[in-house]
Design a protein around this ligand. Structure first.
Ligand code: ADP
Ligand code: MG
Length: 328
């Protein structure tokens, strides 16, 4: 299948004095139409930065310092802002974690979704825009859309606002939808509904999705493939089956244990000891080695950064001892 989005050896960082600080390193993935990738990992691992880089919306001082981002074969890295603006919201759209950051508090919700349509199809007649906004609100499960579109964001619940933001992102049926922890701010029952909205949208439009989430239920429901991110790199990639049923990287195992027990035990959950290295203190060897409790761990782990290597077809991990076992 032709690839829609190809991210190759993406490197994002900034310069501090004469030193280059890399925040995201060597991230590669591809998405075909209708495919979805979930990115999981502890906070600070570079998930949001990866998504923002694809959209060309990196906050200063961050910039893409290496690699390539291609949409239908077209290079987006270094593309003029005018070109990116034409693509953003139309071909590639993003749902941010906090719906209020995407909604203007002093504008009616319906007008804001209408603007998202007009931004890319400025000649659409007003009545048609209104009809489309209404249809979008129905699609994302807002009852009585004709009345509700006249409300301001603060008059809507958190769940409704997140639906509105998803609706806004889907307004132009983008080919690629990026969603950054879209359910984190919501309570559990609303989370499930929002997840369903995303799944329905994908089924209806064939959009490819990149989903960043800590919610394993959401991963299971939405993802074709999973990438586990640690200290700026993908450390394990594979299908949901590969990564959930046969996690290989010690970090993935720890992460799944902590996420699973967090869902069941709350505060008493297992947590991986220690914390991820800061961008200034990433070790030369495996960045997880200082926290790694795996019996596989050897002195070799502290030497040389492990790269993603295939363990079985389609299932890769960046772990020197695992690679040595495959090679043996
Ligand atoms: P997460 O996986 O939680 O989404 P982020 O992608 O937001 O993590 O951030 C990854 C790292 O990038 C952070 O730990 C931080 O060091 C760095 N970073 C994020 N935003 C900025 C910024 N605006 N300026 C400099 N560094 C940043
Ligand atoms: Mg984030």
């Amino acid at each position: 299948m032709a690839q829609l989005l190809e991210v190759e050896n993406l490197r994002v960082g900034y310069t501090e004095g004469d030193r280059e600080i890399a925040v995201v390193e060597d991230v590669s993935f591809t998405l075909a139409e209708g495919e979805s990738l979930c990115i999981v990992g502890e906070s600070g691992s570079g998930k949001s930065v990866t998504a923002l880089a694809v959209l060309g919306l990196l906050p200063r001082p961050l910039e893409v310092i290496g690699g390539s981002i291609r949409l239908r074969g077209r290079e987006l890295r270094g593309a003029p802002e005018k070109e990116l603006r034409a693509i953003r919201g139309k071909d590639v759209a993003m749902v941010f974690q906090d719906p209020m950051s995407s909604l203007n508090p002093v504008r009616r919700v319906g007008d804001q979704i209408g603007r998202a349509i007009l931004a890319h199809r400025p000649r659409t007649p007003r009545a048609q825009v209104r009809a489309q906004v209404e249809e979008i609100l129905v699609r994302v499960g807002i009852a009585e859309p004709r009345e509700r579109m006249r409300s301001y964001p603060h008059e809507w619940s958190g769940g409704m606002r997140q639906r509105a933001v998803i609706g806004m992102a889907m307004a132009n049926d983008p080919a690629v939808l990026l969603a950054d922890e879209p359910t984190t701010a919501l309570d559990v029952t609303v989370q499930a509904q929002v997840v369903q909205v995303l799944a329905d949208q994908r089924a209806a439009t064939g959009a490819a999705m990149v989903m960043i989430t800590h919610d394993l239920g959401l991963v299971a429901q939405i993802a074709d493939r999973v990438a586990v991110m640690y200290a700026g790199r993908f450390v394990e990639t594979g299908t949901v089956w590969d990564v959930f049923d046969d996690p290989r990287h010690p970090y993935t195992r720890g992460l799944l244990d902590s996420l699973l027990t967090a869902q069941n035990l709350g505060a008493r959950a297992y947590a991986i000891p220690g914390s991820p290295p800061s961008v200034h203190g990433r070790p030369d060897g495996c960045p997880f080695a200082p926290r790694c409790g795996s019996p596989l761990r050897t002195d070799a782990c502290a030497e040389g950064r492990p790269t993603l290597e295939l363990l079985t077809p389609g299932h890769a991990a960046a772990c020197t001892p695992l690679t040595a076992m495959v090679d043996a």
